[in-house]
Ligand binder design. Sequence first.
Ligand code: SF4
Ligand code: SF4
Length: 376
Amino acid sequence: MNMQKTSIRPKKKLGFGLMRLPQTADGKIDIPAVCQMVDAFLEKGFTYFDTAYVYHEGTSETAVKEALVNRHPRESFTLATKLPAWNLKCREDVQRIFDEQLARTGAGYFDYYLLHAVQKSNIPVFDQYDCWSWAQEMKKQGLIRHFGFSFHDSAEMLDELLDKHPEVEFVQLQINYMDWEDEKVQSRKCYEVAVKHGIPVVVMEPVKGGTLASLPEKPEAILKKCRPQASLASWGIRFCASLDNVMAVLSGMSDQSQMEDNLQTMNDFEPLSDVEKEAVQETVKVIRSVPTISCTACRYCVEGCPQQIKIPDIFKCLNQVRLYGKSEKASANYKNAVGDGGAASVCVHCGQCEGVCPQHLPVTEYLEEAASVFEV
Ligand code: SF4
Ligand code: SF4
């Protein structure tokens, strides 16, 4: 691994993800609470902060200014932010957004700058507006220290991209113990591609959006038996931080107690022992053994439903509960999925969906289960 690429690693591996910040009753970011979290984080010697143009509709970047930049010496922390493809309508937008980010954060420069959520569908946008060479120009001007991208696609595509762009210094990948061997997310395969290219990895979603922080009884018991005092979230963080080529594990912390738990886990970081690795494998096996609804999300059933029920979206939420137990996250996903109408309970049992379902699923039965889980 060359020196330039290793020197970008922060001293401690925990990163403060600023995408789920505490909010006040009126939905605004709770700045005093964020200040408290920022201070606790820095006090323990952690330095890596991660925001994006779109987090909290742009107010995450302004919160950075208020809670971090205005209150701490610039050299005491490093800041990462990201360029969203979905806001780019012309070449000028790239510089306009970047200048806006500098103004919002008041940071003067970004230690880490990423193209946001790179995947097959948006690579043509980043290419069309020449974002790759533009970032090199910003580096020359000292406005970006390190350039990389966050990624949501196959390992094969990551390999191609890193071949094509040797200027990339780091990548941000979705890694957690449940997605490690997942065929869609391909955590392990993507991680191995990064290792092959000598590119350090920033991990996102180590606790899978919070789902691994609360598990059903059986898998929870496996981890608790192994390390009784440790939180479930700490297993997710330690699994990722135990990987050599990981330079930071981002945790999107929402309150002081999550901050304290993570600081405790990562302050005297201990990589997973062999026994603990086995416990994680066992946990994955138990979680995966739960029968889930084998809906392929083909959506053949949706169009003809007289009640406009988004059947596959509801099944996805129900599977989340079957696997990980009922959580606030699963309930929020259900609320999002059904929108203003089309709740599971409005099904009139006309049978249209079951007639067209290529998987022959007992749709109405599952909808009743969903209603009993989410609508009580
Ligand atoms: S049985 Fe229920 S879910 Fe299926 S099409 Fe009829 S109303 Fe929609
Ligand atoms: S038709 Fe069956 S498999 Fe396809 S989305 Fe509907 S429930 Fe799922």
